[in-house]
Design a protein around this ligand. Structure first.
Ligand SMILES: [Zn+2]
Length: 401
């Protein structure tokens, strides 16, 4: 597979290749259970510059084994809804594509917009698996499915799509599937993570098997220039860890044939640096953990979510981590796919003596956990973060340009 899924041009031959990787959210019931895996390699288009998985994981492999819960940042939603309300009459039909859009629809309702609707996974998209989520929605909402939906439900004045596009194996097809839900000149808002800061700061936690595409502001704009939507706004809402890109566009009057800006060249340098720095970052992390082992310390990873599991597997840290600490009831007596490390409750570190702990929870909660562990263990705990922009980063300066 060497064609860009965004623009169909060639992918560059340079890859960040992690080899076969499991689905990180699917914890195992025994240490030696076989986790299904798929090749994971990060590539870049030589034309549009979009960073992407060379070969996305099949949707069927990604269907969660537990009901999915996500917490996408919401601080910017009032501003987004205000922008859209200025363009929409009070009786506008406003449609959300997934449960990620419920809080946005609620904001419209709060402002007096009563004609809202959220697509139903089973009835509207024909998705039967009870735990199916965005991995299945992106595949189901094809232009054909969208046309049938529009005929049955009526066309919409506005469609909201938060955090699905980056999961789409065929992004242009997915946007076309959403666009046909719209009335002529109807509005669509697509939100996705802005990966520029992660690329620039060499933060490898950006990579995740569920994200097929890794947009920056430049590549996001170029992507939508190819879609049948006229840009009204493209905002990057700042967020300390990962800003949010929101494209707002109007369904184009007729077939589009637009010139696109060629962003590839300027995006290539950032990706090259990201690739080039990976081996030295991995060495820095491994050396820190080996040193802990030589001091006789146990090494814990705190958090059994996808960020922590990916960090262990991508950096091949399995032999250097003793246990994974997580108090979530559903994760007790499980083992992490890829490395087979046991998940233990936080009680297990009570009498550990001196130890090293890698903080692998979400970056906005990291400092709270760090304070808690420092208060409880004082000098006995040495803390590291999986995030390269954390004050507890393994290598805040060594690998920065
Ligand atoms: Zn491309």
């Amino acid at each position: 597979m060497s064609a860009c899924r965004i623009c169909a041009q060639a992918l560059r031959t340079r890859r960040l290749d992690f080899g076969p990787q499991p689905v990180t959210k699917k914890l195992l019931r025994s240490a030696d259970a076989i986790a299904p895996s798929h090749p994971l390699a990060l590539a870049q288009c030589e034309s549009c510059g979009t960073v992407q998985l060379a070969d996305p994981f099949p949707a069927a492999l990604l269907v969660p084994s537990e009901p999915a819960t996500t917490r996408e940042p919401e601080g910017h939603l009032d501003a987004l809804v205000e922008r859209l309300c200025a363009l929409l009459p009070k009786d506008a039909r406003i449609v959300g594509v997934s449960s990620k859009d419920d809080t946005t629809l609620a904001r419209f309702e709060h402002r007096g917009y009563r004609n809202t609707y959220r697509l139903d996974m089973q009835a509207d998209l024909g998705i039967a698996e009870p735990n199916a989520y965005v991995e299945s929605i992106q595949a189901a909402l094809t232009p054909e499915a969208g046309s049938k939906l529009a005929a049955r439900l009526g066309a919409a004045d506005c469609v909201i799509v938060r955090h699905i596009l980056e999961h789409a194996a065929m992004p242009a097809q997915f946007v076309a599937g959403v666009s046909v839900l719209l009335k002529p000149r109807g509005l669509a808002a697509f939100e996705a993570p802005d990966c520029k800061a992660s690329l620039d700061h060499l933060d490898y936690t950006m990579v995740w098997e569920e994200h097929a595409s890794y947009f920056t502001g430049a590549t996001y704009r170029e992507f939508f220039q190819r879609a049948a939507l006229d840009e009204i706004a493209l905002d990057s809402f700042p967020h300390p860890y990962e800003s949010l890109l929101v494209f707002v566009g109007r369904r184009a009057a007729s077939g589009v044939d637009r010139a696109t800006s060629a962003t590839g060249a300027s995006e290539q340098a950032a990706f090259d640096t990201f690739l080039d720095a990976f081996p030295s970052y991995r060495t820095v992390v491994r050396d820190a953990l080996r040193a802990a082992r030589q001091r006789g310390e146990k090494v814990y990873m705190y958090g059994a979510g996808h960020l922590a599991v990916s960090f262990i597997n991508y950096l091949d840290l399995g032999p250097l981590v003793d246990s994974i600490v997580d108090d979530a009831p559903e994760k007790q007596n499980t083992f992490v796919p890829g490395c087979g490390i046991a998940v233990v409750p936080s009680q297990a570190i009570a009498d550990a003596g001196a130890f090293t702990c890698i903080l692998g929870i979400s970056p906005d909660r990291e400092h709270v956990l760090a304070d808690k562990l420092t208060e409880r263990f004082g000098e006995a705990v040495r803390l590291h973060s999986i995030f390269n922009r954390s004050p507890r980063a393994f290598s805040a300066t060594a690998i920065h340009r």
